[in-house]
Design a protein around this ligand. Structure first.
Ligand code: ATP
Length: 355
């Protein structure tokens, strides 16, 4: 059982607080992404899981085994964990085969067992036939696959990945996301994946833990995080969102500037509460005003800016009371800046979070 559990973990570097009371479960066999902006504490959390850093407070458990606390830390080499960093850190004087086999040789496995395992993992990472190449004879993506293979071949209970794709160009990064997802599906190793790239986390992860300033803001599947953000930070960090500050004035009714808007689910709030109403740009509906009827969450706005994105247009529309919202609409509508448009913020797409 390789479930990893952090319970109330805190870590400071002098005055700087890197982790504040972090509680998190990485389930057996899942790939969990730690996602957040630079400096939010992702690497610190990973290093504590790996055993390279000691928590100031709290505990880390692997299954029913306590592996870190301020009093005692199980050394990294006894955790059955493999770590992959941004830099591939391959040995330049060793072939691909030798790089991957090294960890197995340290464990004194028989030669034929080593050959069998290296051949298996080379197939898993799609490098079959390249065992005799040296790292300088490989592309960046291939080198990163070797680093992954080297981490996986020892069959760890847990795989820890710290921004493993950030040295690759944008195109290769995108390809490798799908590769990492496929490799995880094939191996089923419990994995923690650190990234600041939300698209990467959405593609790769079973669940995402969104971090901000040393805290976990929300944990959930990619659709849960995207469709039901629980904080202003999560709504604005994951994808684009129109975040309109307002006040709850009645059941499910919010006043935002000059607008009264119905929202999806207000059970967590009471009338009078300050809230932020979040609505994604693709959910905003736009049409020409002529002949349009009035209705809930409908208002007239003026197009202030339009950007062509190929299959979509990104519109910025000023609504009454100075609120500007973004709407993504199919390209080809030919709305002109200055034009009056009817804008609908559908109630079921309007989510409330705390300011
Ligand atoms: P990035 O994505 O930029 O790598 P991160 O989310 O992984 O960032 P951490 O590296 O965990 O963040 O750092 C968390 C905080 O702790 C930051 O404010 C950072 O400046 C601080 N910090 C990290 N390591 C040290 C250190 N050795 N000494 C002092 N402060 C540190």
């Amino acid at each position: 059982m390789a479930e990893i559990r952090l319970a109330h973990v805190s870590k400071r570097y002098g005055q700087a607080v890197a982790l504040r009371d972090v509680t998190l479960v990485v389930r057996h066999g899942e790939l969990l992404a730690l996602l957040g902006p630079s400096g939010c504490g992702k690497t610190t959390a990973l290093q504590i899981i790996a055993g390279f850093l000691v928590p100031d407070e709290g505990e880390v458990w692997a299954g029913d085994r306590l592996i870190s606390s301020p009093r005692a830390v199980l050394p990294p080499e006894r955790r059955r964990m493999s770590l992959v960093f941004q830099s591939y850190a391959l040995w330049p004087h060793m072939t691909v085969f030798q790089n991957i086999a090294f960890g197995l040789e340290l464990r004194r496995l028989p030669r034929d067992e080593i050959a069998r395992r290296v051949a298996w993992i080379l197939e898993v990472v799609n490098l079959g036939g390249l065992g005799n190449r040296y790292p300088h004879e490989l592309s960046g993506g291939q080198q990163q696959r070797v680093a992954l293979a080297r981490a996986l071949v020892v069959q760890p209970d847990t795989l820890l990945l710290d921004e493993p794709l950030s040295n690759l160009d944008a195109h290769l990064r995108e390809q490798m996301r799908f590769e990492i997802r496929r490799i995880h599906t094939e191996t089923g190793i419990t994995t923690v994946y650190v990234t600041h790239d939300q698209a990467e986390a959405m593609v790769i992860a079973d669940r995402i833990a969104v971090m901000n300033a040393g805290r976990i803001e929300q944990v959930g599947t990619p659709p849960e995080i995207y469709d039901a953000p629980q904080s202003h930070f999560v709504a604005s960090f994951i994808g684009q969102a129109n975040c309109l500050p307002g006040t709850l004035v009645g059941p499910a009714l919010v006043r935002c500037g000059g607008l009264q808007l119905r929202a999806a689910d207000c059970r967590a709030f009471r009338p009078g509460d300050d809230v932020v109403l979040c609505v994604r740009p693709p959910a905003v509906r736009v049409r020409r005003t002529a002949g349009a009827a009035a209705g809930d969450n409908l208002t007239v706005g003026r197009l202030v800016q339009r950007a062509y994105l190929g299959d979509l247009e990104d519109l910025r529309i000023a609504l009454p009371g100075g609120v500007v919202v973004r709407a993504f609409v199919p390209a080809g509508q030919r709305y002109e800046p200055g034009e009056e448009l009817l804008v609908e913020l559908p109630a079921d797409a309007c989510r409330l979070v705390r300011p």
